[in-house]
Design a protein around this ligand. Structure first.
Ligand SMILES: [Zn+2]
Length: 501
């Protein structure tokens, strides 16, 4: 995600320049959010896992159990009702039909899962929409709604370890999530010609029933039907030519690599599309709303170039294609939707593309198991902006670090980025102080250890779930140094760390 966390650089209070004038498009929410940082959370015990860490999900579906009833939350201490316990989703098969004129969505979702406890009932997350039918392994199942929980009672008891398939038929007018403390509006957002779909952190439930938390990743098949003339864009690759019948066109997409629910999309509308391959042969899918037609070639070219470059810095690209989408909905932010970052109403400059594509490694392939570890996504993606600027000859990562560091009054010093807060998940400290943490580490251990560490990190945890503690442990192993003080000062203390040497 890049949003408010893409502040003007350098900090406006120190050196106003136009270096990142483009950022003003995405800086709107930031100003509000940063201004709201009036108090700091105390350090949570720094490098040692906090007590909350002990209850964080160690594996998908590990939320606290209530006997044989799957828990209504997966166990994230800061988002207690997000996700669900008792099962681990393997695959989503989503058949969706959307009509922009009536704003009606009709869906049939089949979710293949594995029980991690005995289950007489379990939950899916679903926001609004009317459920007409639920089956489990083909047999009718009972269901009730409780706010955003869809509680399902299968006709038979599911035993720990069983694989089962739950199918949900549903329809209605999707309503996006609204959270003024975070992004404002997110999830399924209808537009005049379709929908802009960006779901971080928990907006997948606005358009399909899911285990809506990044600690339960799964593969996806999408079959999306829209009025003829529109394009439906999802993750992964198209598995065939779109088929048109009776004035409607169906697009079929498959994401065969594990994906967090918030990275799934079914963005639809009038788009101009360019496909091809990068210099290294990776397929590219770029799409822009008609009003951004002048940006299509640049989006295509920069996306290929940057993906190829990151694969030399961060390790092999984790997915089967890369891409990007510019929609004409003025979200003021971008989101790293898996294989196809989406830019909400602006033509992104290369550093923003670099940020979103870095997330394909940090956030998408390697996912966090609890939202407070968000710096592992955003600190890395922000540092990637600095690395891209350095590569492109704009400015060095070291100069970016020093300019941020020089602003002693920056509120981010009060905010330990190692513990992102639910009430301000996308606070600037998570981004900028998170990136500074990586630069401080790079200076401490040197480039000859830092870059192999990053590649080892993406390789060891490819498609997996990661924690801050695991990163610290790997950094110590690769460098042979005790780094606890460094990480404690940069990630967990509510004050500006001592200068780096
Ligand atoms: Zn981001």
């Amino acid at each position: 995600m890049s949003t408010h966390p893409l502040p003007p650089f350098p900090a406006p209070t120190t050196t106003p320049t136009g270096v990142r004038a483009g950022r003003s498009l995405s800086a709107l929410i930031c100003v509000v959010a940063v201004g709201a940082v009036t108090a700091c959370a105390p350090s949570e015990g720094a490098v040692a896992p906090s007590p909350a860490a002990a209850v964080a999900p160690a594996s998908p579906g590990a939320g606290a159990s209530r006997g044989t009833m799957g828990a209504p939350g997966i166990g994230d201490p800061d988002f207690p009702s997000d996700g669900n316990g008792g099962y681990d989703v393997q695959h989503y098969d989503l058949r969706l039909s959307y009509d922009p004129a009536s704003r009606k969505l009709a869906g049939s979702a089949t979710i293949e899962a594995k029980a991690v406890q005995d289950l007489t009932s379990f939950d899916l997350d679903l926001h609004g929409l009317a459920v007409s039918r639920v089956t489990v392994d083909g047999g009718a199942a009972g269901f009730t709604r409780n706010k955003d929980e869809l509680v399902i009672e299968p006709g038979r008891r599911i035993s720990n370890g069983d694989r089962f398939a739950v199918a949900v038929d549903y329809s209605g007018v999707p309503e996006p999530m609204r959270d003024s403390a975070n992004l404002g509006k997110y999830g399924f957002i209808s537009t005049p010609d379709g929908a802009f779909v960006t779901c971080e952190p928990n907006g997948a439930k606005t358009w399909f029933p899911s285990n809506d938390h990044p600690s339960d990743k799964a593969t996806y098949d999408f079959q999306i039907t829209v009025p003829e003339g529109l394009t439906a864009i999802a993750n992964g690759e198209m598995t065939g030519t779109p088929q048109t019948k009776a004035g409607k066109t169906t697009f079929v997409w498959r994401e065969k690599h594990p994906m967090a629910s918030y990275l799934a999309t079914m963005t639809t509308g009038k788009f101009q599309v360019r496909t091809g391959t990068s210099d290294k042969g990776l397929p590219i899918y770029a799409a822009v709303a008609d009003s951004f037609h002048g940006s299509l070639d640049q989006l295509f070219t920069e996306t290929g170039k940057i993906t190829d470059y990151w694969s030399t810095v961060f390790g092999p690209y984790p997915f089967s294609s890369t891409g990007g989408v510019i929609d004409d909905y003025a979200a003021g932010y971008a989101l790293e939707n898996q294989t196809k970052p989406i830019y909400g109403g602006f033509s992104p400059e290369p550093t923003i593309i670099a940020h979103e594509l870095a997330h394909q490694w940090f956030g998408d392939s390697l996912s966090i198991g609890r939202w407070r570890d968000l710096w592992l996504n955003e600190g890395f993606a922000t540092y990637a902006e600095w690395l891209w600027a350095e590569h492109a000859g704009q400015y060095t990562a070291d100069s970016a670090f020093r300019r941020y560091y020089a602003n002693a009054a920056d509120p981010m010093w009060n905010y330990p980025p190692g513990t992102a807060r639910a009430s301000d998940l996308f606070g600037s400290a998570v981004y900028n102080r998170g990136a500074m943490t990586l630069h401080a580490l790079r200076r401490e251990i040197g480039d000859d250890k830092f870059f192999p560490l990053i590649r080892e990190w993406t390789n060891a945890h490819r498609y997996g779930t990661v924690t801050t503690q695991e990163f610290i442990a790997l950094a110590e192993r690769v460098s042979g140094k005790n780094l606890k003080e460094l990480f404690d000062a940069w990630l967990f203390q509510p004050r500006r760390p001592a200068p780096i040497t």
